[in-house]
Write a protein that binds this ligand. Structure first.
Ligand SMILES: [Zn+2]
Length: 277
């Protein structure tokens, strides 16, 4: 770790959200083969038991669930093809993304219900033959103080958008003040690493022309950067978004070429193999 700090290596953690039992594996393969081929790890924030009717904060059907009928929730194990594909490609690192991905699922304050959802999510990974993830991503990056407290008890790493005082457990406030004063994007409470990200630069809702330059600037502007994207944004109603896909694949090429940039899984942080800031 010390050598990497001294020689100015930049670390990148690529996070793709919302893979679930209804995700076609061909979509992941199309997006990430260039990463896997180059040994660039891809962290998939996987929904363990997705709710078919889940909605976004504006009440619209989430684009990562197709119109379909059946049981209200679908556990990972119901997609043996996807499970097999994920297991066959060790370049994918699975992260727990909520439980059902209900809207603002972890903005609730009832400790029992929070614990129930964490545990049920973990069980769904085990049921599909995976180890329960040590990394957590909340749907819509939204936590209550209580859910963040419980997440820190269960997970080694919590990846979120940003942290604000009113959503933190009060006992964390002094540590948070230090993080703010030092202007550090990432911090630690007890044994748990808390990561911020610079917004979803890799998004179909942003202009493509300067997207790669913005990604490069974000990576080279700090020690360790989490880059977040969403697989379903590359496929609108089954049609591939070529320009957006090109940016993603150009990013893979750039990341592989740069000798001062190393792409790592979240577990590298949990194992303290790379510096935080
Ligand atoms: Zn999500």
């Amino acid at each position: 770790m010390r050598n990497s700090s001294r020689n100015g290596t930049h670390f990148v953690i690529l996070r793709d959200d919302d893979t679930n039992a209804l995700t076609p594996r061909a979509c992941l393969e199309r997006l990430y083969r260039p990463f896997l081929e180059r040994n660039l790890p891809v962290n998939l924030a996987v929904i363990p038991e997705v709710r078919r009717a889940t909605t976004d904060p504006r009440g619209r059907r989430e684009a990562f669930v197709p119109e379909s009928s059946g049981e209200p929730t679908v556990p990972l194990v119901h997609s043996p093809e996807l499970v097999k594909y994920l297991k066959a490609n060790p370049g994918y690192h699975l992260v727990q993304h909520g439980c059902h991905h209900d809207c603002f699922e972890f903005a609730l304050s009832d400790r029992k219900e929070i614990e129930r959802r964490f545990a049920r999510g973990a069980e769904r990974f085990v049921e599909a033959g995976f180890v329960p993830p040590k990394v957590f991503v909340a749907p819509h990056d939204r936590f209550s103080p209580e859910s963040l407290r419980v997440a820190a008890e269960r997970f080694s790493v919590v990846s979120s958008g940003w942290f604000e005082l009113r959503r933190l457990p009060p006992e964390w406030w002094p540590r948070y003040a230090v993080k703010k004063a030092l202007q550090q994007p990432h911090w630690r409470v007890g044994e748990t690493v808390l990561l911020s990200h610079p917004g979803c630069i890799l998004s179909c809702y942003r202009p493509y022309a300067d997207m790669l330059a913005k990604l490069q600037a974000a990576v080279l502007g700090q020690r360790t950067t989490v880059l977040v994207t969403h697989w379903w944004e590359y496929f609108h109603e089954g049609v591939e978004n070529e320009m957006f896909l090109r940016v993603l694949h150009d990013l893979a090429e750039w990341l592989a070429e740069r000798r001062d940039v190393k792409v790592v899984p979240f577990s590298a942080l949990a194992e303290e193999k790379i510096p935080l800031n």
